[in-house]
Write a protein of this length. Structure first.
Length: 348
């Protein structure tokens, strides 16, 4: 089945790549919704062995998830679940709807198997995103990624994150807090140790109130950048552990351009994802794992384009992995390949 999916996508990809990258993205999501409505996505279903994994107090059907940013409006969860993802992370969703940055804002770099985006948290707003999840059939783990609106100053960022936490709390299995997109001005400043600790404390206090009120505990994971020094990563890891954050997602896109210098679109501003971020993301995972020593789980994302890349993230210390850009270049076959590669993997 993996080979057939790979062949089918190799045939379809040139037509998709003839379209503007964002138009192709929208067309693909629309096609996935259509396929699920009429049961056609059953052809994408993974039929291999999956071993559940306990992480953040949740039972994940397998180790593979869809990273945030692909299904921003939370409209394709069922289709991605049918494809085999054990967890799907939707968003980033902000308190108020926002259009994001001017187009064009999404660029493929095929020679590097990479993507540059400066989308700017374009999304329909948290309330609409939650409404889009009603009636979903997906029985895997649902993550909801929340962020701040571009017009909210950093000294009031916590207000936006608390709005997102409250709105998503009941619907989500876990909530991801995005502090690391390079496309919202000043957002990465929230990764400074003091600001991050203050944010974590406020989030945890609100989480406790919501848990008491609802009788449901929804874990919180923080998503960080790949462009931090090892010392900075280690200091954040200690903050997350000391403040009892439930998990860390490593990593978001990079602002580095060495790997794509001279390529068409290589100098576009925004976050670079895909193969060029693989090593940096893995290095961050290793530093987190060495510092945390099992105190909280790590979700590894960045540059996974084959099963071996996913296993590399697990060997570095990740408990789960996520893909996004690799799906653009490999299609559904990547999902099946990663599931095959990680199904029997166990930490030594």
């Amino acid at each position: 089945m993996t080979r057939l999916l790979d062949l089918a996508y190799r045939i379809a990809r040139p037509a998709l790549f003839c379209l503007d990258a964002e138009a192709a993205h929208d067309a693909t999501l629309g096609g996935l919704r259509f396929a699920h409505r009429f049961g056609l996505d059953a052809a994408l279903r993974y039929r291999g062995y999956c071993r559940p994994v306990r992480c953040m107090g949740l039972e994940f059907p397998n180790r593979l998830g869809l990273a945030a940013g692909l299904d921003k409006a939370a409209r394709c969860v069922d289709g991605f679940g049918e494809m085999g993802f054990g967890h799907v992370e939707v968003g980033t969703l902000t308190p108020q709807p926002q259009p994001g940055n001017p187009q064009p804002r999404l660029f493929r770099l095929p020679a590097a198997r990479a993507i540059i985006n400066r989308m700017g948290f374009n999304n329909p707003g948290i309330e609409t995103g939650i409404a889009n999840l009603r009636g979903r059939e997906f029985r895997g783990i649902l993550g909801i990624n929340v962020g701040k609106n571009f017009f909210t100053p950093n000294d009031r960022a916590i207000d936006d994150y608390l709005i997102g936490l409250r709105a998503a709390y009941a619907a989500a299995d876990y909530i991801a807090v995005n502090l690391s997109s390079p496309n919202t001005k000043g957002l990465r400043d929230l990764q400074n140790e003091k600001e991050c600790r203050d944010l974590c404390r406020r989030l945890k206090a609100e989480q406790r109130l919501l848990a008491d009120r609802t009788g449901k505990y929804t874990p919180i994971a923080i998503k960080i950048a790949p462009d931090l020094t090892a010392e900075h990563v280690a200091s954040l890891a200690n903050v997350f552990a000391e403040e009892q954050i439930d998990g860390v997602i490593a990593t978001n896109t990079t602002i580095a351009r060495d790997a794509v210098a001279g390529l068409p679109h290589g100098s576009e501003t925004g976050g670079l994802s895909g193969a060029p971020v693989r090593d940096a993301a893995t290095a961050v995972i290793k530093t987190l794992a060495e510092t945390l020593q099992g105190r909280l789980p790590i979700i590894g994302v960045g540059g996974i384009l084959c099963g071996a890349d996913a296993v590399e993230k697990l060997e570095a210390g990740a408990d789960l992995v996520q893909v996004y850009s690799g799906l653009i270049y490999r299609g559904p076959a990547l999902v099946h390949e990663v599931l095959d590669a990680t199904a029997t993997w166990r930490r030594a």
